[in-house]
Structure formats: structure tokens, C-alpha cells
Design a protein around this ligand. Structure first.
Ligand SMILES: CC(=O)N[C@H]1[C@@H](OP(=O)(O)OP(=O)(O)OC[C@H]2O[C@@H](n3ccc(=O)[nH]c3=O)[C@H](O)[C@@H]2O)O[C@H](CO)[C@H](O)[C@@H]1O
Ligand SMILES: [Mn+2]
Length: 340
């Protein structure tokens, strides 16, 4: 009897070791694009046909969610996931012009991020972001005089707002929520109808138009959109305001891009700023900072539209057949140059 028990225990240990070894080598090899490519075989799920044929969009009209059968084109709560080929950019353009919209684009460029990324971000936005619409850029920096003065297209303006420089890059990143919330309560909130809030360490590479507009908009994180729920890097410390328990969460969203109506983004930034402050007083900092809180927010308040990773792609991931037309690309990470 005891022998049998002992054997069973050994078997269990043996299998755990094997699993651990496989997991560990997987992690090591994950750096190789060839291994990473395997994750494309993890299915994303499919949008039920009954829903597909019905989903209309305020801006793009009838969505052709069946046009991309290899990827997930709607969420379980019925929001569209926008992939290339599912929308009609011309309809979206006409609709937005008719509604006579002003679209805000906010970006922070503090410290060395300004020289390193801002010019390219703005130049490429001029070529690709909401071309043909009225656009107001809001650049937040501690050195307004250093902001490049680009020639802007008709109907496009740039405003510079001064912010103080936080010492830690994590604080710069998180402070954005509070600053944005204040800005949305001021001039930005009065002059814009919709607003997108973006990281500066990226650049536009394709048309990013009104098809991306909705009440609230979240971006699928390029590195995680095939991963199973238990593996997503949510904050797991139950003491944090950003915590998601196991089984909670829909997708992993990217902190480098979110948007929506002024009202919706005010709600989002208020929530995240409050949650971050609550953590700070308790001596906590969420795993991925503002992004963790954003993920908690979108778990509680489902986004009305989700952008596929084509809208914010990282070339480091390597070629993927399902990524047809990247619109925004991550700039190479050079943390040693830009972070203290
Ligand atoms: C893959 C990854 O690592 N993702 C995390 C990392 O994103 P990132 O590595 O993309 O963060 P980041 O260095 O781009 O910082 C976010 C943004 O804040 C602004 N900024 C930041 C620091 C600074 O000194 N000056 C400045 O202007 C700038 O607009 C920048 O794009 O960190 C973020 C901020 O915590 C989030 O947690 C992300 O989840
Ligand atoms: Mn970034």
C-alpha cells in the first residue's frame, strides 16, 4: 500500500518536472519569432453568424464581420472588433464629415521621449490620423518650447500643455490619467467630440480614420491577443484596485491607445486616476501601471468597439498573415536611452 502511494507521488513529481521543463524552455524560446509564431494556432474564437449579419456601426455602416473568418470579429457582449476588410473607410469618412466632428489626439512627451519620438509621431499623424476631419493635437510636456512646430493640414491644430516632470517613468506614465481627466474637464473637453489618448513611442503607418470612433474604444494588445485568459498579465494582487481574479477579464488591452467620446474618456480617466491613488496610499503599484487599471476599467465597463492589433502593431512580433494593414507601429524600445 505504502509502496503504491510512494510510486504515485513520484509519478506526480515526475510529470510536474516535465511540465516545468517544457514551460521553461517555451519561455526561453519565446524570444524566437518562429516559436512565437506557434501562438497563431491558438484559436481566437469566432463571432456567431447570427450576430455577424446584424452589427452596424455608427460610423462605418454595416460591418462585414464575416470577411475575416480566421480571426474573432466581435466580442461576447456584441461589440465589433475592427479588422481590415470588415469596414468601409469611405462610409466612415462621409459619416464623420457629416457629423462635423472635432477629434482630439493627446500625447505625452516628457523628458527624453520628446526628442526621441514626438516629431515622427506628429508627422505621421498628419499623413494618416483622421485625414479630412478636424483634429486637435494636445501635447503634454514639461518643455513646451522644445515641441517641434510642424506645418499642419487644414482644420488641424496643435496645442501644448505644460506638465511637471515626475521623477520615475512609471509615475510619468500613470500621471497621464489625472492630467487627461483635468484636460477633458477644460478646453479639450469643450472643443473635441471624440478623443484618442496615445503613447508617443509609436508612429502611424496606415490610414487611422473614423472607423475607429465609438463611445469607448479599446485596443487589443499585439503581444497577447492569442493568449488564453489565465496567461494574461493582469494585476493579480487582490489588494490592488486593478486586480482581476482568476476567470475575470475578456481580453488584454493595450495602455498605449484608448479613446471614445469626451464623456466616456472622462469616466475612464477618473476611474483609473482614483484607483491608482488608492493603490499608492496603500504602498502598491500595479504590475503594468496605468495599463493594469485600464484593463480593470474595461472589464467593468465593456468597450463599445475593440480595435484589432492591426491598429497598433509591433514589428518585433514578426510577420503574421492576419495582420494585413498595420496603422500604427511601435517604435523600437530604447529604454536605456529614454528612461533614467
Ligand atoms: C510592454 C510594456 O512594457 N508595457 C508597459 C510599458 O509600456 P511602454 O514601454 O510602452 O511605456 P512607455 O515607456 O512608452 O511609457 C508610456 C508613455 O508615457 C510617456 N512617457 C513616459 C515616461 C517618460 O519619461 N516620458 C514620457 O513622455 C510617453 O508618452 C510614453 O509613450 O510601460 C507602460 C507604462 O507603465 C505600461 O505599463 C505598459 O504596459
Ligand atoms: Mn509606449
Amino acid at each position: 500500500m505504502a509502496l503504491k502511494e510512494g510510486l504515485r507521488a513520484w509519478k506526480r513529481i515526475f510529470w510536474r518536472l516535465i511540465l516545468l521543463a517544457v514551460g521553461f524552455s517555451g519561455l526561453l524560446l519565446y524570444g524566437l519569432p518562429a516559436v512565437r509564431y506557434l501562438e497563431t494556432f491558438i484559436p481566437m474564437g469566432t463571432c456567431p453568424l447570427s450576430r455577424m449579419s446584424l452589427l452596424r456601426d455608427n460610423f462605418s455602416g454595416l460591418l462585414r464581420l464575416w470577411a475575416r473568418p480566421e480571426v474573432l470579429t466581435c466580442t461576447p457582449w456584441g461589440a465589433p472588433i475592427i479588422w481590415d476588410g470588415t469596414f468601409d473607410p469611405d462610409t466612415a469618412q462621409q459619416e464623420a464629415i457629416q457629423q462635423n466632428l472635432t477629434i482630439g489626439l493627446t500625447v505625452f512627451a516628457v523628458g527624453r521621449y520628446l526628442e526621441k519620438y514626438l516629431a515622427r509621431f506628429l508627422e505621421t499623424a498628419e499623413r494618416h490620423f483622421m485625414v479630412g476631419q478636424r483634429v486637435v493635437y494636445y501635447v503634454f510636456t514639461e518643455r513646451p518650447a522644445a515641441v517641434p512646430r510642424l506645418p499642419l493640414g487644414p482644420g488641424r491644430q496643435l496645442r501644448v500643455e505644460r506638465v511637471s516632470r515626475e521623477r520615475r517613468w512609471q509615475d510619468v506614465s500613470m500621471e497621464r490619467m489625472r492630467t487627461l481627466h483635468a484636460a477633458l474637464g477644460g478646453r479639450l473637453g469643450r472643443e473635441a467630440d471624440f478623443v484618442f489618448c496615445m503613447d508617443v513611442d509609436q508612429y502611424f503607418s496606415g490610414a487611422f480614420g473614423p472607423e475607429a470612433l465609438a463611445d469607448s474604444v479599446a485596443q487589443l494588445h499585439a503581444w497577447h491577443y492569442h493568449w488564453p485568459l489565465p496567461m494574461l498579465p493582469y494585476e493579480r494582487d487582490a489588494r490592488s484596485a486593478a486586480a482581476l481574479a482568476s476567470g475575470e477579464g475578456d481580453f488584454y488591452y493595450h495602455g498605449a491607445l484608448f479613446g471614445g467620446t469626451v464623456e466616456a474618456v472622462r469616466g475612464l480617466t477618473a476611474h483609473c486616476a482614483r484607483a491608482q491613488e488608492q493603490d499608492r496610499v496603500r504602498g502598491l503599484e500595479a504590475r503594468w501601471h496605468d495599463e493594469s487599471h485600464l484593463n480593470k476599467y474595461f472589464w467593468l465597463h465593456k468597450p463599445a468597439k475593440v480595435l484589432s492589433p492591426e491598429f497598433c502593431w509591433s514589428l518585433e512580433i514578426g510577420r503574421r498573415a492576419e495582420i494585413r494593414h498595420p496603422r500604427l507601429l511601435w517604435a523600437p524600445k530604447e529604454y536605456d536611452l529614454v528612461r533614467d
